[in-house]
Design a protein around this ligand. Structure first.
Ligand code: ARG
Length: 266
């Protein structure tokens, strides 16, 4: 009797462990399941999610339509991610945080209508250029400001950390320059008379003027620049992959199609 009781107990304990073990073990990860999480991801177990650091307040390159990120850079980056067998995740942040985010590995690359310049080249590598940008000047229609020279002694609004900020500060002096977190905020300041002009990239300038009555973009090119994708210096594999993807997307007309969708020829 006693023996059978003990045996039963032992059996019960063994069975319990068996059940616990069975219940405690997570089913082996099924790579095929990953594809269900992101509907468009290729059914590929090493599909990578590429994180793009940007500042989505810069139409037509990156901006939000409701909750959705749209624009030239978003679409080009999506096409690059797809070419590289992955998907894109947009990480929205302040423009002047993007290079730091790239270098700290918070994002894989930075793409934000970002101009290639000497200072930034000390911190990151840039892909080949995918677009041209032009620094432009927005003024009130009745301002009397007709050229770059008329800006001397005037109050100038810029987006913090942009090339417009750098040039305006160099050319006119920091005391004349007010830095705003977003280009749109500089434009609001211009409308409110807090600044006399806004220096910003040409396409966003046109977009902001289209939305705000009484403003105009001067017919001058303050600076002509190249936009490119910023990658961490030691991440040369990704830089090469991005450049290859860009080359293919240029050759097959994808880049032109995306740009033409957002920038109508005049
Ligand atoms: N092209 C300018 C620069 O690189 C302005 C870019 C601002 N981009 C943005 N997404 N806010 O400094």
């Amino acid at each position: 009797m006693k023996f059978t009781k003990i045996l039963a107990l032992v059996l019960a304990v063994v069975m319990c462990f068996g059940i616990l073990a069975a219940c405690g073990t997570k089913p082996a990860e099924d790579p095929a399941n990953d594809a269900n999480e992101t509907a468009d991801a290729p059914a590929n177990d090493d599909a990578k999610v590429f994180k793009m650091g940007t500042n989505a307040a810069f139409p037509p390159y990156e901006y939000k339509e409701g909750e959705e990120f749209v624009g030239i850079d978003i679409e080009i980056a999506t096409a690059i991610a797809e070419k590289l067998g992955g998907t894109l995740e947009v990480v929205d942040m302040e423009f002047d945080s993007i290079i730091t985010a790239v270098n700290q590995g918070e994002v894989d690359f930075g793409m934000a209508g970002m101009t290639v310049n000497e200072e930034r080249l000390l911190e990151v590598n840039f892909s080949s250029s995918y677009a041209t940008g032009v620094q432009s000047v927005i003024v009130a229609e009745d301002s009397g400001i007709a050229s770059i020279d008329d800006l001397a002694g005037k109050k100038i609004g810029v987006q913090l950390g942009t090339t417009g900020d750098i040039y305006a500060t160099d050319d006119y002096g920091a005391e004349f320059v007010t830095q705003y977190g977003k280009g749109a905020d500089a434009v609001i300041a211009l409308k409110g008379g807090d600044v006399d002009a806004v220096i910003i990239d040409n396409e966003p300038a046109k977009a902001f003027v289209a939305e705000n009555e009484g403003l105009t973009v001067l017919d001058t090119e303050y600076a002509v620049e190249d936009y490119a994708i910023a990658v961490k210096k030691d991440n040369t594999d990704l830089l090469d992959d991005i450049n290859e993807a860009l080359e293919a997307l240029t050759a097959d007309g994808t880049i032109d199609t995306i740009i033409a969708k957002y920038i109508k020829a005049e």
